[in-house]
Design a protein around this ligand. Structure first.
Ligand SMILES: [Zn+2]
Length: 150
């Protein structure tokens, strides 16, 4: 029988070890990543990379909080929980629709993060071509008024 993990003890390491102790949240600041065994007790290794578009970690000197929630959709257990002040807070199963929405949200965040400068450049270009088009229309109207359009 597998035991459900109720809390995680943070352990700061340089390298994530090959074999993880259940109930330990390994944190490598050096490689900006964390790893722990799935809290349901299934034994799957959960790696949560730290990045503005992935997970954020808060360490108050004693306990660690990770955001967003951990959704192990790729594992048979499909467990979903939050790590709040070292505690595992079960978040319940998501239906497929919500998982998809969550994924889309993640992708939107990523493309916003990576394409911020490119996106605004495209917008400027679109605005410029729009004003060219309206200038053309205005020019045509003026031509018609002035009788150049015979
Ligand atoms: Zn699990």
């Amino acid at each position: 029988m597998t035991a459900t993990i109720e809390d995680l003890t943070p352990r700061f390491v340089e390298f994530i070890p090959k074999y993880l102790e259940p109930g330990v949240l390994y944190i490598s600041i050096e490689y900006a990543t964390t790893a722990h065994k799935c809290a349901c007790g299934c034994g799957e290794k959960v790696v949560l990379p730290l990045h503005p578009t992935n997970w954020k970690m808060t360490f108050d000197g004693v306990s660690v909080t990770m955001r967003p929630s951990v959704g192990n959709w790729g594992f048979p257990c499909r467990s979903h929980y939050l790590i709040t002040a070292n505690r595992i807070v079960w978040a319940g199963d998501w239906d497929e629709e919500k998982i998809q929405a969550g994924r889309h949200h993640g992708q939107a965040q990523k493309s916003d993060w990576y394409g911020r400068s490119g996106g605004s450049r495209n917008l400027t270009r679109a605005k410029a071509s729009e004003s060219n088009r309206s200038k053309g229309w205005l020019q045509r109207a003026l031509d018609r008024l002035l009788g150049h359009d015979s």
